[in-house]
Design a protein around this ligand. Structure first.
Ligand code: TRP
Length: 335
């Protein structure tokens, strides 16, 4: 049951595989939100077109992210789960909002500038107006809460600006969407390279555990993690790379297991090889059911299609109201 009727929207990128950082960072919180709010979660497939993916690959990427997200706990019975491209009301609102978005402000967006730097030969208008499409994704449902990471906060601020501009020009229609911050619930999942950084696919593939990783690659990645010959003084301060291993262990191992290794550390009797073996096995046990569920879903096209279809129907019904109100307010009202 919803504790509040605030609407939640979030877009899931259709490129890139989910890793443990996504799982403990965002996913677990999406899963919690689905019990408390009306949630609209969608695969942002239109956004992915900015980089011109091979048409042969699109379906598989959409099926994969959808399967991984469901395997990680998103329940299509509780949330409205759909593909962005199934909702024509989104591009319609995008067009309307484009008239309220200024070239100058779009060019200043740091993510746009990064893309230009990385890919100077493909500075297309879709890339420039990425934040406008994202605003349309959110405003189409008149959402108030958007669970996103820090990197998306500037985009969200633009969505608030566009909402405000629309409201003040044409009349009150859109709430100003706020980032939904998980606060303390946001777990930092440390990379296995001992750098003190978080797991992330762009940083270091080999220090990141993906939900699609098989048992053997998990074992290899964990066993390669940096350690040393162990503390020589009782109760010493943990070096960062060791603290990272312990923090990963806390996510996947039994509390008694963690406590036992902490005790060994404090007594200077720890054997990091044993600790990593244990961590690897616990991580494998944790990832395996998610991986297997995702794999089975990915192969079940009829099931995924029925989930997408139902999600699209629900999302369109909700979006249609917003668009008809927006058209009226703008003055598109001829019959
Ligand atoms: N830009 C987001 C990302 O890169 C994905 C996204 C697209 C999104 N539309 C959205 C997130 C709407 C929240 C709301 O992760």
């Amino acid at each position: 049951m919803a504790i509040e009727n605030k609407i939640v929207v979030s877009g899931i990128r259709s490129t890139g595989k989910l890793h443990l950082g996504n799982y403990f960072g965002a996913m677990q919180n999406y899963v919690k939100m689905q019990d408390d709010y009306p949630c609209y979660f969608f695969v942002a497939d239109y956004h992915s077109l900015t980089t011109h993916p091979d048409p042969k690959d699109l379906r598989a990427s959409v099926y994969r992210v959808l399967s991984e997200n469901i395997a990680a706990g998103l329940d299509p019975e509780k949330v409205t789960l759909y593909a962005q491209s199934d909702i024509p009301e989104i591009p319609e609102l995008y067009l309307m909002l484009n008239m309220l978005a200024y070239k100058g402000e779009l060019e200043k967006v740091p993510t746009f500038k990064d893309k230009v730097r990385q890919n100077p030969n493909n500075v297309n208008a879709g890339l420039l107006t990425y934040p406008v499409l994202m605003a349309a994704d959110i405003l189409i449902h008149r959402a108030s809460l958007v669970p996103v990471g820090k990197d998306q906060e500037q985009h969200l601020e633009m969505a608030r600006n566009f909402a405000q501009r629309f409201n003040s020009r044409y009349g009150e229609l859109f709430p100003e969407p706020q980032p939904f911050n998980f606060g303390d619930a946001l777990v930092k999942v440390m990379s296995l390279d001992g750098s003190g950084g978080k797991m992330s696919k762009s940083e270091n593939e080999n220090a990141t555990i993906y939900l699609a990783d098989d048992d053997d690659s998990i074992r290899k990645k964990v066993m390669k993690a940096k350690t040393d010959s162990g503390p020589i003084e009782a109760n010493s301060l943990m070096p960062e790379y060791i603290a990272s291993l312990f923090s990963l262990m806390r996510l996947v191992s039994a509390p008694a297991t963690v406590a036992a290794f902490e005790e060994h550390f404090n007594q200077c009797t720890i054997r990091y090889g044993d600790m990593k073996k244990q961590l690897a096995e616990d991580m494998i046990e944790f990832v395996r059911p998610i991986r297997e569920k995702a794999k089975a879903l990915e192969l079940d096209a009829p099931l995924l299609q029925s989930i997408l279809k139902r999600g699209a129907e629900q999302a369109r019904a909700h979006a249609a109201f917003t668009i008809s109100e927006a058209r009226k307010l703008i003055g598109i009202n001829y019959y």
